[in-house]
Ligand binder design. Sequence first.
Ligand code: AMP
Ligand code: MG
Length: 491
Amino acid sequence: MTVHFPFQNSYSALPDSFFARVAPTPVAAPRLIKLNRPLAVQLGLDPDILETPEGAEILAGKTVPAGADPIAMAYAGHQFGQFVPQLGDGRAILLGEVIDKDGVRRDIQLKGSGPTPFSRRGDGRAALGPVLREYIVSEAMYALGIPTTRSLAAVVTGEHVIRETALPGAVLTRVASSHIRVGTFQFFAVRRDTDAIRRLADHVIARHYPDLLGTERPYHALLAGVVARQAELVARWLLVGFIHGVMNTDNSSISGETIDYGPCAFMDAYNPAQVFSSIDEMGRYAYANQPRIALWNLTRLAECLLPLFGEEQDKAVEQAQEILGAFPETFSKAYQAGLRKKVGLFTERDGDEALIQDLLDAMAKNQADFTLTFRRLGDAAGDPAADDVRAEFMDPAAFDEWARRWRERLAAEPQSAAERQTAMNAVNPIFIPRNHRVEAVIQAAVNNDDYAPFDELVKVLAKPYEDQPDYAAYADPPLPDQRVLQTFCGT
Ligand code: AMP
Ligand code: MG
């Protein structure tokens, strides 16, 4: 039995300047921690064979499977606003692409698989903790219905990586509809390589925006398409309380997927200024700043595309500004529509936005748990006697005052209480990857080689909208002494 990957590689057929050919560095003793079996099947891979020792060797980068064309992709990027002309895959290697069961081309990438020409001073490795965090959170995002890269597997390498201390090394197999970033365009723009920008744009259009093929102004339409997808993506983040943590342009995907889970976290108590990342001292990537930052990143993308917009650069700039100008409205539409659903409104009326904002303001003032407030609000919609939601507010009277106006507004709609609760439960998760749970899972794995907590958390988070009475405790916010105040990149 050998593992067969039905590779059909396209990125490695682009010009040499797009990547460096490099094989993963073999590791001592690969051991499979987790295989995402449904995803394997979706990719046309045999999960049983991937679970054999030979499969683990491939997923650890010890053996390169037939048909792979391993490369490290070149990219640049603004990190916390500072431009770095060359970043690139310093610890990730793209094995190749497969066409999945739905006909979608998907990258299969090893993250933590050894040094590449882009490693700079890094070791090209990943520690177990960040690998588990990315596995948990990316799969949780998928289950929440939010566009994201996926996690196919996690393996430990049997080697240590040196961070502040020696930690177990691990490799994540990441699946993405591509790993092309805003920073990929910036890599060529700073080198004034317009031919490469055009090649890249054509590749992206064919791959991610095929409807634009053959349209009159495909590069303008490409920018508009990325603007729309990013605006909708960030709206989805806000609606579940997700904070990416490092929205650098190199972590901003052209396909519109959430990518590069580092110090990301879900907030417990609602706080628009919430920051978890230890390296985000200025709060640049705070929860409520994310739309503004997405637009800032898209503006950097627009700058890269200007040479493709025509000879007259003044006109090109004007056109780019007009396209970027759509962001606030697209974002706001998606965000407001999502909020209306979260509070159980089926229709749109004047005053809804203010009503919902008043709830959010009361939540912030009363340190209400973001996830549970909305979930319990669904219970209250289903049964007016259900008043658990009040307890989420430090001063429950603040909720009562708001709830009177809310019930009045609900009365203007014909849907039954049960119908409304069902609709609300379908958009208000009960289970999110709470920071203290993620941390506890990592500690068990790193300190005790115990993966049972990881498996259980992943299992619960696969059904975030379903009440799972046996796992009710996973819905709970942290107790004061369980609170995790900071998250780390772990690179
Ligand atoms: P990230 O913060 O993970 O988005 O990474 C930013 C840049 O640093 C990318 O170019 C990564 O490839 C690179 N990088 C991060 N960690 C390492 C590492 N351990 N070894 C080499 N390069 C790294
Ligand atoms: Mg990155």
